[in-house]
Design a protein around this ligand. Structure first.
Ligand SMILES: Nc1ncnc2c1ncn2[C@@H]1O[C@H](COP(=O)(O)OP(=O)(O)OP(=O)(O)O)[C@@H](O)[C@H]1O
Length: 698
């Protein structure tokens, strides 16, 4: 633009080569509102208001204190404009803030600034630049406004346009609209001169609705303007409104179909809602009640009182017709003010409440029962006194068990399958000071290797895929304050043995996927039917763990080595079986007992129990005793062997007898010194002690 085109009579033309005096004269001639100020090099550096200049001039010294004052005034009040700014810098400069506008000469060089008032007239004619006030107006509107000049370059970009497009005014001003936001349609409007209304448009994820209009100067198109609005939020609000509507209708139908009677009143006690159930209870059409005062519809009601007072009334008795109903009245509070009340018939009559109370009490006692059952499940049921058997071996082991129970040391129970290892573990727990704590068993052979760690130590939430929300405690945690029974310890994988050893040493566990250590107070009893010493030699069991576990060893001999326990066990087991079986067996006949006593029982007491259970089931109704016909063939074979004159039960018995003899001889030779005797036999001391225990050699 040419400065000369827009000069009003009271604006002076100044040029960079003018001296201050010349500029002042030029302004004085035009009665201008302000004056140019030059720097030390004589270049124009800005404008001051005339009144301020007069003040400065009164100081009568432009080169001394007067100029300083002028500069001070400028600094606080006006923009200092560098005359060597190029047009681009000027365009990017936020002049509006200073209420000043740049003016360029014919060669597009900046020559100074114009005051706002002078510019307004020019702008209204040209519509290319806007005043500070107009700008303030544009920025305060919610709609985005983007205007372009006739070349399609952006010359208006308000605050809303910035926030909707995410672009900054500084970056986009005077750039071609197509470079900044392609396909806005503004270029088309420039070409056609036709307004375009309510056009949808997308900027990123924002849905925009826009109106585009040409800017006309007379009949000439000098620009175009787009006014647009982000309707994404509107659409969200509309969707939310839809949701609220459907929620309202769902709630209304839910209330209507409720079994309990519901009534809602406004602040003055007039019914706004009553469901069908309440209507039926009152014997009226619920719809007819809407709009009536609640006191005219429901006998003895206090709903209107609650709607006024705002105090809830819970579980009140209200006489409705012939019933003593149990009702609740709750005030409805909105923005801290009572706006109504909702009433509910909880029980149409007191007798319904009594029925619920009795059901509750039944449920409560059931809960207690299951709690107790669960407690029993986590508790060993056997006590030392209940261990059946009077053989010297069993009596000796019972006395060891009682002693072991008093302390905290780890117990290792050895013995073939079915000999009663778990029975002993439970008995030790129950005789110990921990008997009121839990007895938790884990069968190390039954848990898959990859789950064993989390079974033992638990896991934290998110420890692995499929991990339960909130995590899960392990058996060690569950056994806290009680006893953990590690059954089949010989089948524990070697890697887990190392972890178990660490837990036994540190008495701390860490859940899988967890970060915290947890102190545990647990007594450990381990059991196995495997030969751990042999496994150590084979590298299948850690020696250090073995020593940790084998503090109090208890070796339970197989049943064939304590046949004298068999009759008592038969009696005990028959009693146990008859509790569940349809038939009752009084006992075992002599000839059946002969078979039983002579059989080797490789499955030990468990096998004996199974054979007796089978026998009881095979008994006829008129039979009272178990006879040989009730026994499986396999039990009878061993007797045959004996009658054929083989003499000893089997090879295992022969080996045991030989071993027992060798031990006694070694002890004699060593003068009763057990370590020496073990050495003489070439076996480890612990193994030797176990054998002493096994053969009950004092
Ligand atoms: N001395 C005993 N008195 C009473 N019942 C016994 C006795 N010994 C074993 N039993 C019974 O025999 C069955 C097997 O006992 P238990 O489970 O304790 O054996 P186990 O040695 O732990 O077996 P496994 O090595 O297979 O785990 C159980 O039903 C148990 O009640």
């Amino acid at each position: 633009m040419l400065i000369r085109e827009l000069m009003s009579p009271n604006v002076a033309i100044v040029a960079p080569d003018m001296s201050l005096r010349q500029a002042a004269i030029a302004m004085a001639e035009k009665a201008a509102q302000g004056a140019a100020v030059v720097d030390d090099g004589g270049r124009i550096i800005g404008w001051v208001k005339q009144s301020q200049l007069i003040d400065a001039m009164a100081a009568d010294d432009f080169d001394g204190a007067g100029r300083r004052r002028v500069n001070e005034v400028m600094l606080s009040d006006m923009l200092i404009l560098r005359t060597n700014m190029n047009v681009k810098e000027l365009q990017n400069f936020d002049f509006y803030k200073y209420d000043l506008f740049p003016v360029a000469d014919a060669a597009n060089r900046p020559v100074g600034t114009l005051r706002q008032n002078d510019l307004v007239r020019f702008l209204t004619e040209n519509a290319l630049l806007i005043t500070g006030k107009m700008r303030a107006v544009l920025n305060s509107v919610y709609n985005g406004v983007i205007a372009v000049n006739e070349e399609g370059k952006i010359n208006i970009f308000n605050d809303a346009a910035e926030s909707i497009t995410g672009l900054s005014r500084k970056e986009v001003m005077w750039h071609s609209i197509d470079e900044i936001i392609p396909n806005t349609g503004l270029k088309r409007v420039l070409e056609t001169g036709q307004p375009e209304l309510n056009k949808p448009f997308f900027i990123g994820n924002c849905k925009i609705v826009t109106n585009r209009s040409p800017i006309l100067k007379g009949s000439k198109i000098v620009g175009a303007v787009a006014i647009f609005q982000d309707i994404t939020e509107l659409q969200t609000v509309a969707a939310e409104l839809e949701n609220v509507k459907s929620l309202k209708s769902t709630l209304e139908s839910a209330i209507a179909s409720l079994f309990e009677g519901i009534v809602i009143v406004d602040k003055n006690g007039y019914i706004t809602m009553m469901n069908q159930s309440y209507g039926e209870f009152l014997g009226i059409d619920a719809r007819q009640a809407i709009g009536l005062h609640v006191a005219d519809v429901i006998p003895n009601t206090r709903m209107h009182v609650v709607a006024q007072g705002g105090k809830a009334e819970v579980m009140e008795i209200q006489k409705i017709k012939e019933n003593n109903s149990v009702v609740t009245r709750i005030p409805i509070i909105k923005d801290g003010e009572v706006v109504g009340a909702v009433g509910k018939v909880l029980f149409k009559d007191l007798k319904d409440l009594k029925m619920v109370a009795s059901n509750m009490s039944k449920l409560q006692s059931e809960l207690e029962y299951y709690r107790e059952e669960l407690r029993k499940l986590y508790t060993g049921k056997y006590t030392v006194e209940q261990i059946v058997g009077n053989s010297s071996a069993i009596n000796y082991l019972k006395s060891i068990a009682l002693k072991a129970a008093k302390g905290q040391s780890t117990v290792l129970i050895l013995g073939e399958s079915g000999t009663g290892k778990e029975v002993f573990a439970q008995a030790i727990h129950n005789a110990s000071p921990r008997s009121s704590g839990p007895f938790i068993k884990i069968n190390c052979a039954a848990v898959p290797e990859n789950l064993l760690e989390s079974e033992l130590f638990g896991y934290d939430e998110g420890a692995f895929t499929g991990a339960k929300k909130g995590g899960k405690p392990g058996k060690f945690e569950l056994a806290n304050g009680g006893t953990i029974f590690l059954d089949e310890i010989g089948d524990m994988p070697v890697a887990m043995q190392a972890k178990l050893l660490r837990v036994l040493q540190e008495r701390e566990i860490e859940r899988v996927g967890g970060t915290k250590s947890l102190k545990i107070n647990v007594r450990v009893i381990a059991a196995t039917n495997r030969d751990l010493e042999n496994m150590i030699e084979q590298g299948q069991f850690r020696q250090d763990l073995y020593y940790r576990l084998n503090i109090i060893p208890i070796h339970i001999p197989p049943l064939r080595e304590r046949r004298e326990d068999i009759p008592a066990l038969c009696q005990f087991l028959l009693h146990k079986i008859s509790e569940q079986a349809p038939n009752q067996a009084e006992g075992v006949s002599d000839d059946a007992m002969e078979y039983i006593l002579n059989y080797d029982w490789p499955g030990n007491v468990r096998e004996l129990e199974n054979v007796l259970e089978r026998a009881v089931n095979l008994m006829d109704e008129d039979e009272q005793m178990i006879i040989p016909e009730h026994l499986p063939q396999i039990c009878k074979k061993s007797r045959k062997k004996q009658t054929l004159g083989i003499g000893v039960a089997n090879l295992s018995d022969m080996v045991d007898n030989a071993e027992k003899q060798a031990i006694c001889q070694a002890l004699e030779a060593a003068g009763g010194n057990k370590s020496k005797a073990a050495k003489l036999l070439g076996i480890h001391r612990s193994g030797f002690y176990q054998k002493l225990q096994k053969y009950n050699i004092g």
